[in-house]
Design a protein around this ligand. Structure first.
Ligand code: ZN
Length: 278
């Protein structure tokens, strides 16, 4: 495809960057990114990917906009309260960049539809806020050989990693083989979250997605970032493929998608007890 005059103008500040150029901009236009969750992480990620000219964005969320979402879920406006998040998100993204195709998935992701949802996309951003969805997305990405850019937030902290088990990197289950028991970790609803922290981690996810599409910089695969907003500190640990991983290990026990109970309270990976002092 050839970039139009208007496209060259719209994206001029990034087209001039080393490693992008017209070729990179065309890669972005042809790219398809699936975003799980139009919430605190998905909102900033989707906005910046649309602004950058990512050609197709898939947005999946079964919730409706609530007043308490607006403190951090910046895809939505006060007038959107009560409407499905994917519709509100699509409207906002299209008003920002009408060139972007926004496909919406208002249904809950399940073991029956997860692989079908992501199979036509190049990469997946996980901005879900509960463990059943997080594991489902990880497993679906593994079976469909999709790169997964995972973010998580709670209170004043955030985490980020990229999982590429199809390229010999670890998967999410290499870190945490099974979801924690319901009630063992607090949710954002119970513990709170600072909106700016959601913005920071969501934009890190968008940044990693752009790097993966463009093939520039150093991937976050095999690396796990922990961010603390109060100290403004970053810790990073190396993570490796776990040979005992039940999904991508040497003797996998998981051969198909597992449906964990969605009735358990909303939880967040941010409570994962992994020492950053490595
Ligand atoms: Zn694994």
């Amino acid at each position: 495809m050839k970039l139009s005059e208007e496209q060259i103008h719209r994206y001029s500040r990034q087209i001039i960057l080393p490693g992008i150029g017209g070729k990179g901009q065309r890669k972005l236009a042809e790219a398809k990114v699936f975003i799980m969750g139009a919430g605190g992480l998905g909102s900033p990620a989707a906005l910046y990917l649309a602004a950058a000219g990512v050609g197709t964005i898939g947005l999946a969320d079964s919730d409706r906009v609530e007043l308490s979402n607006l403190q951090r879920q910046i895809l939505h406006r006060t007038c959107d309260v009560g409407f499905p998040k994917v519709e509100s998100g699509k409207k906002t993204l299209e008003s920002l960049n009408p060139e972007v195709i926004v496909k919406i998935y208002p249904e809950r992701v399940t073991s029956a539809n997860a692989r079908e949802m992501i199979k036509d996309y190049d990469l997946v951003l996980d901005g879900s806020d509960n463990f059943p969805t997080r594991f489902l997305v990880n497993d679906a990405c593994y079976f469909e050989k999709k790169t997964l850019i995972s973010g998580a937030i709670l209170r004043f902290e955030g985490q980020l990693s990229t999982f590429k088990p199809h390229a010999n990197g670890p998967c999410y289950r290499c870190l945490l083989p099974e979801p924690p028991l319901p009630g063992h970790v607090p949710s954002c609803q119970e513990a709170g979250v600072l909106g700016a922290v959601a913005g920071i981690i969501g934009l890190f996810q968008a940044n990693e997605a752009l790097k993966e599409i463009l093939g520039i910089g150093q991937s976050m695969t095999g690396r796990f970032l922990l961010f603390n907003a109060l100290n403004l500190s970053f810790d990073e640990m190396k993570i490796q493929k776990n040979p005992r991983c039940p999904l991508c290990g040497e003797h996998p026990t998981i051969k198909e998608l597992v449906q964990y109970s969605l009735s358990c309270p909303t939880q967040d990976i941010a409570s994962l007890q992994i020492s950053p002092k490595i």
